[in-house]
Design a protein around this ligand. Structure first.
Ligand code: SAM
Length: 328
């Protein structure tokens, strides 16, 4: 087996795949108000193309895949696709990131397709504010989806909260409190300047400030890191059923531990979320390339992964692609 080792001795074993750029929410910071051009149907990778890339990836050392989007659950045929994906030999972990809107009646199907871990994005627990942030009145659907996920035994259930000063910072202690009452892993994520959006850098709130706000609920007790932990700094409140995590790509970047590659909805391979550099895998696939060629592109992309991103709290650098197409 080849090992996808980059020039800085990082082993890249984690592939995040956006299966669609479509979404049933219009989050202020993710989708701009001005219309953006959506990918044409034929531009989006077909499921069999994605499965082929994953199979070749696994031969090269990929062991972990996350499906994301856009909203992955809006794509037709997603449950059959997931079943085929989780059946790939050598793939140890397949998870899903969803906004939870379509979760309620589909948690059993996800379990049947072999998904055990999900991340649900939720930026507000006040239905009016949820509507303000997402453009849709779907808070109750997401909450029912989370209840259904608990009932069907997903473990862990992570709740991703992008912290948006002026939009949800007053709810941070409510979110933190969820981890006491429910077995949720609530993760506070710093906003990253990606794509066009109406969100201003001055609305960013960074982890040290977030920690200070939620510490009013009690001491944050550090949780030991597990072997497969991602970049989250993990904590727990005393006697809590769940956990708190902080993901700080801007204030405390974790590039030295990064193990990720990304495949966009239109088949571009990216080695860093916070760089516009990408390789067009789709054109190679559709011109009949061999599996060896796919391996070569994977190895080459890995070799060229940048050491660290160059976004800092103080500058206004922006990634031009939309998060919905790259996959968050
Ligand atoms: N639709 C799915 C969802 O909402 O989870 C998957 C795609 S969404 C792009 C994945 C995650 O990226 C969400 O948690 C979203 O809040 C987060 N996200 C989007 N834009 C972001 C940004 N500019 N900075 C930080 N997180 C962002």
């Amino acid at each position: 087996m080849n090992i996808l080792m980059d020039s800085y001795n990082r082993s890249l074993s984690y592939l995040r795949i956006s299966i669609t750029d479509r979404c049933n929410l219009r989050c202020k910071y993710c989708t701009p108000l001005t219309p953006i051009t959506m990918l044409a149907h034929e531009e989006i990778l077909r499921y069999e193309e994605i499965l082929r890339i994953v199979r070749v990836g696994v031969q090269n050392g990929i062991s972990k895949v996350r499906i994301t989007g856009g909203e992955p659950l809006v794509r037709l045929g997603v449950y059959d696709f997931l079943q085929q994906l989780t059946a790939i030999k050598g793939l140890k972990d397949v998870s899903l990131t969803t906004n939870g809107v379509l979760l309620k009646n589909n948690t059993a199907r996800l379990r049947a397709a072999g998904i055990k871990r999900i991340n649900v994005s939720l930026d507000s627990m006040e239905s009016d504010n949820f509507k303000t942030i997402t453009g849709r009145d779907y808070y109750h659907k997401v909450w029912q989806g989370l209840e259904s996920a608990i009932k069907d035994g997903f473990d862990p259930i992570k709740i991703n909260v992008v912290v948006l000063n002026g939009l949800n910072e007053r709810e941070l202690t409510d979110f933190a409190g969820l981890s006491i009452q429910y077995p949720f892993h609530v993760r506070f994520i710093e906003y990253m300047p990606i794509g066009q959006s109406n969100f201003k850098p001055t609305q960013q709130l960074f982890t040290p400030e977030i920690k200070k706000i939620i510490s009013s609920l009690g001491e944050l007790i550090p949780v030991d890191r597990g072997e497969n932990d991602g970049p989250a700094e993990r904590y727990k409140f005393k006697n809590a059923r769940g956990e708190i995590g902080f993901i700080s790509p801007i204030s405390h970047h974790f590039c030295s531990q990064c193990s990720r590659l990304r495949l966009t909805a239109n088949g571009m391979l990216r080695s860093c979320l916070l760089s516009d550099h990408q390789v067009d895998l789709r054109t190679h696939l559709r011109s009949g390339c061999s599996d060896e060629k796919i391996s070569e592109i994977l190895l080459d992309t890995v070799k060229n992964k940048q050491q660290k991103h160059t976004i800092r709290e103080s500058n206004h650098f922006k990634i031009s692609s939309q998060m919905s197409a790259i996959g968050g």
